[in-house]
Design a protein around this ligand. Structure first.
Ligand SMILES: Cc1ncc(COP(=O)(O)O)c(C=O)c1O
Length: 412
């Protein structure tokens, strides 16, 4: 404390923070990663699109063609649920994915992470059980932890969720879970796609139980093989009776995360609650981003842009698979990604991937350790290696270093 009674020591012990913020701690991994920002370091750690892939010319064109009235709209507050013109154009885009737009309500959010946060706030009371995949997207886990949920992990296999584990959680727990959170298409970090069969059985297990599903779908446009599309049909598009499916999506991977624009498509009663929560958080999402995203869809540029980036991510994904197959020791296994941003390496059981990360940093390369994505924050015998933010040549240079780090820790 200084003379005025202000806390200047940075000692969090004296500050009376809310209990709900206690679970939000800086991890050892984040501290390690801060060592990894030296120039020249190769990063397979991030989940961000490649900077060089952003549609800069299209953005210039869109902005320069805005009328005075549109520019004024772009700088003004807008409706909480989003600008009408964007809600309309986004509806066409979602309809093209067979999503039941008209039977549901669309809420524009500040990134899809905000959509997940809002849903978490709508449903979770402290101590509530929430079902999540293991592994799971860390941003969603943090949102649920911030609401003081008790996370119940359901393991993922190569074709989706372990259905007997899901059934056990649904029938065996002390209380009814508040919801199930899943990301069936190009999972972060597991890289997998749920099979239609797993989706059908999951629906059959969930029907009539009053457990909503949050379906997180931010990577489904980054597919590498067109023939996979029918099998990637969203749970929401399957439109099952007796389950409230809350579908969340984003412009982050198909335009740019800097816009901070996402959405949720949810049944009316959930929409009404979520709109009130959003109103209390930020009143509305950035109007400038919404004006740009709307024009991007309407001009047809979004379709040509996603076709272009798909090609590039496919090259990167395939280069990564080839490099991993060539250099990794046989005891490391992984599912070959058919889209999205990530590969998820399974190390021998019990391996501590933090030791491998330390070695890798010495060699000038980084990735994300497995426990980051474990709902319990413990299991560390996996590593996530992303191919989204490094070009093919860098992937070819970096993967041998990852393989060396693994061999030095585990053995030949
Ligand atoms: C699975 C998943 N869901 C949601 C998000 C959040 O994206 P945003 O808030 O940028 O829309 C991400 C970001 O990496 C993600 O990987």
């Amino acid at each position: 404390m200084d003379k005025t009674g202000h806390n200047t020591s940075g000692d969090a012990g004296q500050l009376r923070f809310a209990q709900s913020s206690a679970g939000l701690t800086s991890s050892e991994i984040r501290d390690l990663m801060s060592l990894a920002t030296a120039p020249g370091i190769i990063s397979f750690a991030g989940g961000m699109p490649g900077n060089e892939l952003f549609p800069l010319d299209e953005m210039d064109r869109i902005y320069n063609r805005l009328t005075e009235k549109e520019k004024q709209t772009a700088l003004q507050y807008g409706p909480t649920n989003g600008l009408p013109s964007l809600r309309e154009s986004l509806s066409y885009y979602l309809e093209s994915k067979e999503l039941p737009v008209h039977e549901n309500r669309l809420l524009i959010t500040s990134g899809s992470l905000q959509a997940i946060h809002i849903l978490a706030r709508a449903f979770i009371d402290p101590g509530d059980r929430v079902l999540v995949e293991s592994p799971s997207f860390i941003g969603a886990l943090s949102a649920f932890r911030a609401c003081q949920a008790e996370l119940q992990a359901v393991p993922l296999g190569g074709d989706g969720m372990d259905l007997s584990a899901l059934e056990q959680e649904l029938t065996g727990g002390a209380s009814l879970p508040k919801f199930l959170y899943v990301a069936p298409n190009f999972h972060n970090p597991a890289g997998i796609v749920y099979s239609m069969e797993v989706k059908r059985q999951m629906i059959a297990l969930l029907q009539g139980r009053n457990i909503p599903v949050i379906e997180d779908d931010v990577y489904s446009d980054i597919w590498f093989h067109e023939e996979d599309l029918p099998g990637m049909k969203n749970l929401k598009a399957m439109n099952p009776a007796g389950i409230d499916i809350c579908f969340t999506g984003s412009f982050s991977k198909i335009l740019g995360p800097g816009l901070r624009l996402g959405w949720m498509l949810v049944p009316e009663p959930i929409y009404r609650k979520c709109e009130l929560i959003k109103q209390s958080i930020d009143a509305c999402s950035p109007s400038l981003s919404q004006v740009i995203a709307d024009k991007f869809i309407r001009s047809g540029e979004m379709n040509s842009y996603t076709a272009r980036i798909r090609e590039e991510y496919k090259k990167r994904g395939e280069a990564m698979i080839a490099a991993l197959e060539e250099h990794l020791p046989g005891y490391v296994t992984f599912e070959r990604p058919r889209g999205g941003f990530y590969t998820w390496l399974q190390l021998p059981k019990g391996t501590d991937s933090t030791l491998i990360l330390k070695k890798a940093i010495e060699k000038g390369v980084v990735f994300v350790t497995g426990k980051t994505f474990d709902p319990a924050g413990e299991r560390n015998d996996h590593m996530r290696v992303s191919f989204c933010n490094t070009d093919v040549e860098t992937i070819r240079r970096g993967i041998p270093l990852i393989a060396q780090a693994i061999r030095e820790v585990i053995g030949k």
